[in-house]
Design a protein around this ligand. Structure first.
Ligand code: ADP
Ligand code: TRP
Length: 322
């Protein structure tokens, strides 16, 4: 059994790209009996979020979303980063060991700076907080998107440096980038991403979801003409959401028996049905926020008992009384 750990920033409504790219693989790993450690990276989010109300709402939403979608707090460890102060504390020790040059090479920081976005010291030292998140729990597998691979490599580098200097305290983590994972396209056919404003949220209301699906960009093909399913984003979604009639639909595409409009209407039905159980669970959870908070506190207690032990070892090794 492998200990797998990953974090997700609470940064707004989850979309289909997150679902297929991050949530489904995590649920599969959970079902496969792996030891899943999963936390809400709220301290990381504070590098960019500035509105306290939005911040609060995003955090509450992400907890509801994940539990509703199938994350099982009895099987997986699920907590909020800020509830376990050991994350920030270890991050400090790692920052003191991290050469500036290492952090200056971080692509994500360089990209943000190059785009003229607001930068701050938290954003600069972000990889060391992320390293702390991982190293506190002796995680081996860290599933992340391609953009985060370098951060996991930095966690490994700093762990090696620490171990070399102070003794074998940390387990060396590995980034896990799923090769079979595809990039989910957005409304405009580009990668679906909040930053491109082309997302379709998982928990959209009926009217808005219908409208979004109807606005998925398609080629200019006259009604009655054949459509190549391979180049059609709508068809790709039928496949991803496992339309049971996919073979028949493919035939209709190729013979010109279906147009984009009808294919989109069918896609709406398919997706609405697909997320119905999660939507119902989410509504119930939203009415029982005290229960949800208990789940999170329990997760934080369990996470803290592991993290605090590791932090104690670290302090002892560097010569700070623990
Ligand atoms: P966004 O690009 O909307 O800001 P995030 O960077 O917060 O999304 O992504 C969170 C997780 O979802 C990451 O693991 C990322 O790899 C995955 N993900 C996001 N968008 C897509 C996509 N279009 N295709 C596949 N995976 C995605
Ligand atoms: N930086 C990751 C992201 O933006 C989130 C994250 C924070 C994370 N800490 C982590 C991911 C530790 C994996 C392991 O997507």
């Amino acid at each position: 059994m492998k200990r797998i750990l990953t974090g997700i920033q609470p940064s707004g409504q989850l979309h289909w790209g997150n679902y297929f790219g991050a949530i489904q693989p995590m649920l599969e790993a959970q079902a496969g009996g792996n030891e899943m450690f999963f936390f809400i990276a709220d301290l990381h989010a504070f590098t960019t979020v500035r509105d306290p109300e939005v911040f609060k709402k995003n955090q509450r939403d992400i907890v509801l979303d994940y539990i509703a979608l199938g994350l099982d707090p009895r099987k997986s460890l699920f907590w909020r980063q800020s509830d376990v102060p050991a994350h920030s504390e270890l991050a400090w020790f790692l920052m003191c060991l991290a050469p500036l040059g290492m952090l200056e090479r971080a692509h994500s920081f360089k990209d943000k700076k190059a785009k003229g976005l607001e930068t701050n010291s938290g954003l600069f030292t972000y990889p060391m907080l992320m390293a702390a998140d991982i190293l506190l729990y002796d995680a081996i597998g860290v599933p992340v998107g391609k953009d985060q691979k370098q951060h996991v490599e930095m966690a490994r580098d700093i762990a090696q440096k620490f171990n070399h200097q102070f003794g074998e305290i940390f387990t060396l983590p590995e980034p896990q980038i799923s090769k079979k994972l595809q990039t989910i396209p957005g409304l405009d056919g580009q990668k679906m991403s909040k930053s491109y404003g082309n997302t379709i949220p998982i928990f959209d209301d009926e009217k808005s979801l219908r409208k979004k699906i109807m606005s998925i960009k398609t080629d200019a093909i006259s009604l009655g003409d054949p459509i190549d399913p391979k180049t059609c984003t709508v068809f790709q979604f039928h496949k991803l959401f496992e339309n049971p009639e996919i073979a028949a639909l493919e035939k209709k595409y190729k013979s010109g028996a279906i147009g984009f409009g009808d294919s989109k209407k069918q896609l709406f039905e398919l997706v609405w049905e697909h997320f119905a159980p999660a939507r119902e669970r989410r509504e119930i959870l939203a009415k029982n926020l005290d229960e949800v908070e208990k789940i999170m506190q329990d997760g934080a207690d369990r996470a803290a008992s592991i993290a605090n032990k590791k932090l104690k070892q670290v302090k002892k090794a560097i010569g700070i009384s623990a």
